[in-house]
Design a protein around this ligand. Structure first.
Ligand code: DAH
Length: 339
């Protein structure tokens, strides 16, 4: 029996030293020291020994148990330390390696040009105001001299929410809101999103941006309108930019005009950018209709004014020779990172 015990001691020792991880050590503990382990199995046979032999063998068994437990503890510690060492080595950071710079975002071309326009108008003494995108029929149409049966309503494919509430089709309602709230002299621009139920293509989008302008004072004439808009266009496109005023009709201005800028792509020859026209339309404008002034409680005998509505996307497309409006909304970084 002693020999059996010594044999266990020897094998256990060899296997403990050979174990490569904590799992193997645990298996060895169960195998030799566990309730059904080899050592316990031997101790169970102690009954068959003579009374003289029993304490001697018992002592030896206990000694072996103790020394195996100690060895097991020491091996466990050693393996844990080795594991930690290995982990630290694997996670080591080389602080001298170059970092990867985060790509910072930047301004969208529409925001860039809008900011520039705001800056120009602020310098000319205009205020920047903003108003609701969900409008009433009154502000979007009625007060702008577009009564319910007016045919021009059909040209603005309106998103209606109820009979009387809609998504504004233009920023012109801000003319009415401003004149209701402030007394002349007035000089404001009102940039913002507008909505029309158009199918998406290279020149149409159901959401786009306009910048409304309004000036009301005593003695304002069409010459002020032309001078102001020409100055703006030259500030935006440079002194050599060429503009033309074309007679047009808007219900809320009289007389009315549209302003075209000569195409930068072809200098008036006609190209893909201007669809062969040589000119690109960028805004509508006119002298505020006396009826509109009256509706807002401003006496048209005493005051006059001009108004304009700039299409922001058109302007930016012209500025950077962009031929597809969809590029503004798709947020393709290859496009955006060029500005
Ligand atoms: N609201 C017009 C449109 O969306 C543009 C416009 C034309 C605005 C003439 C004006 C204006 O203020 O005077 O087509």
């Amino acid at each position: 029996m002693k020999a059996a015990l010594e044999a266990i001691r020897e094998t256990a020792h060899q296997q403990l030293q050979a174990a490569r991880d904590l799992k193997e050590l645990e298996d060895l503990r169960v195998k030799f020291l566990g309730k059904k382990g080899e050592l316990t199995a031997i101790l169970k046979q102690m009954g068959s020994l003579s009374p003289e032999e029993r304490p001697v063998v018992g002592q030896l068994a206990n000694q072996i148990r103790e020394s195996l437990e100690q060895e097991l503890a020491a091996r466990t510690q050693a393996l844990k330390a080795a594991q930690l060492e290995e982990k630290l080595r694997a996670e080591a950071i080389d602080v001298t390696m170059p970092g990867s710079a985060p790509a910072p975002g930047h301004r969208h071309p529409l925001s860039l040009v809008l900011d520039e326009i705001k800056e120009i108008f602020l310098g000319m003494g205009f205020d920047v105001v903003e108003g609701p995108e969900v409008e009433t029929d009154y502000y979007n149409f009625e007060a702008l001299n577009l009564p319910k049966d007016h045919p021009a309503r059909d040209t603005q494919d309106t998103f209606y929410i109820t009979d009387n509430i809609l998504l504004r089709t233009q920023t012109s309602p801000m003319q009415i809101r401003t004149m209701e709230q402030r007394k002349p002299p007035l000089r404001i621009i009102a940039p913002g999103r507008v909505y029309r139920s158009d199918a998406v293509d290279a020149t149409h989008s159901p959401v786009f941006h306009q910048i409304e302008g309004l000036v009301v004072d005593r003695g304002i004439t069409m010459a002020d309108l032309k001078g102001c808009l020409e100055a703006i266009v030259k500030r935006l496109y440079g002194e050599e930019a060429v503009v033309r005023f074309r007679p047009h009709h808007f219900p809320f201005t009289e007389p009315s005009a549209e302003v075209d800028i000569q195409c930068f792509g072809c200098h008036g020859e006609g190209c893909r950018l201007c669809k062969g026209e040589g000119w690109i339309e960028i805004l509508g404008c006119g002298m505020v209709h006396p009826k509109v002034l009256s509706i807002c409680g401003i006496d048209p005998e005493e005051y006059s004014g001009f108004a304009f509505g700039i299409g922001l996307e058109r302007l930016v497309m012209g500025r950077y020779a962009i031929d597809d409006l969809r590029l503004f909304y798709e947020n393709d970084l290859r496009f955006l990172s060029q500005f």
